[in-house]
Ligand binder design. Sequence first.
Ligand code: NAG
Ligand code: NAG
Ligand code: NAG
Ligand code: NAG
Length: 446
Amino acid sequence: MKLSTGLITLALSCSAYAAVPLYGQCGGINYSGDTTCVSGASCTVLNDWYFQCLPGSGGGSSSSTTSTRTTITSTSTSSGPTSTAAPPSSTGFIKTSGTRFALNGSKYTVVGSNSYWVGLMGLSTSAMNQAFSDIAKAGATTVRTWGFNEVTSPNGNYYQSWSGSTPTINTGSSGLANFDNVVAAAKANGLHLIVALTNNWSDYGGMDVYVKQILGSSGTHDQFYTNANVKTAYKNYIKAFVGRYVNEPTIMAWELSNEPRCKGSGGVASSSSCNTSTITAWAKEISAYIKSIDSNHLVGLGDEGFYNQPSAPTYPYQGSEGIDFDANLAISSIDFGTFHSYPTGWGQGGNEQAWGTQWIADHATSQTKAGKPVIIEEFGVTTNQATIYTAWFNEMVSSGLAGDLIWQAGSHLSSGNTPDDGYAVYPDGAVYPLLTAHAATMKSRA
Ligand SMILES: *[C@@H]1O[C@H](CO)[C@@H](O)[C@H](O)[C@H]1NC(C)=O
Ligand SMILES: *[C@@H]1O[C@H](CO)[C@@H](O)[C@H](O)[C@H]1NC(C)=O
Ligand SMILES: *[C@@H]1O[C@H](CO)[C@@H](O)[C@H](O)[C@H]1NC(C)=O
Ligand SMILES: *[C@@H]1O[C@H](CO)[C@@H](O)[C@H](O)[C@H]1NC(C)=O
């Protein structure tokens, strides 16, 4: 994938009297420029943040893009399109439509798996292909993966290396060019990718590397969310990574972080000033930043879906980790909600089936309230898998939850088995046929 130049040409100037040129911005939240497109183009809603003048509506304007764009009802805070936009049709990019996802005017079912490792293990392109093929054969449409690895001593696949407080993006064959191969292999297998851009956990670097390198040993984990220099460094990384794939429809969505939380460990301290408002403010700022450079792709948070109900009986509902699921889902530049389910580690050992079923039902309720899709994008138990997954799958289907991705995909590669933390689903394992049947059910659901 070559560096995209598309985003640079999007209208940067909107004179008060001239009509907006083809491909210029013509509306969106807090946009204050012109809303009338040049003749031959119509103002089309790409998302709440970005309306664009696209060929069509009596146009005759020729361009390499022959499709029209999905139209999404704009919110009252947006400047409205000034001409009737085309009905939902082909953009090539996955969009949301109410509490569902859509691609080219048809329902897109999010069902699949996680493969954090596919771009991090030095895999050959044929091994990447096998990994994605094993996932696709179960009927999957979507794979979630890691688009980061922060290192201080370069080794293997990494995407950013740090020398003191200076980060350098690795665009070479062990870096972004390697991720190009991940994207190509997903595409070759008909899959779309959800890509997380950093990690709360110190696996593959993540937030704590930014904090340690920029703020030194006195930095706290949650300063990732608040320190201006740290946020600038993260935005620079986003600009390079996201900017490279702006026009790549194989990417379904970006995620702000895997499992953001207030607390840290492993040498980086926590502070008591972090709470749910801290992470909500950060999610607002970073998601709006992504929208400002990439209007094609959806944006999600990547969190575990914790609620902020301090008097609730179980810990994932109490807000203590700094996540307020409903508040974050209400952010206008967050397109869909995410949650995870690991009841065994969350104090529900022995009660996984019932607790997880309720957890799914509660997020489906949040989905309806917010009018945005919500997906359970990681879930797992290591015992009683068939019984528990069957119960959870039934609830995902019947509650109307938008989609699900199991943790995690497994493949037997010629170089050995992919990582198994006790949850991996290999093609010859007992869970794989359950997943296959579930994918078919989700696709056939209205
Ligand atoms: C829009 O602009 C107003 C006023 O400048 C600001 O308060 C608000 O946060 C902006 N909205 C978004 C969603 O950025
Ligand atoms: C969606 O439409 C685009 C543009 O017309 C096209 O290139 C792409 O192949 C379509 N994708 C699917 C999955 O139909
Ligand atoms: C966030 O990540 C750190 C590692 O960087 C981990 O130790 C900590 O437990 C995580 N926070 C939570 C509470 O999950
Ligand atoms: C959250 O933290 C901020 C900043 O430390 C503080 O101003 C605010 O009162 C806290 N909110 C709650 C609900 O504790």
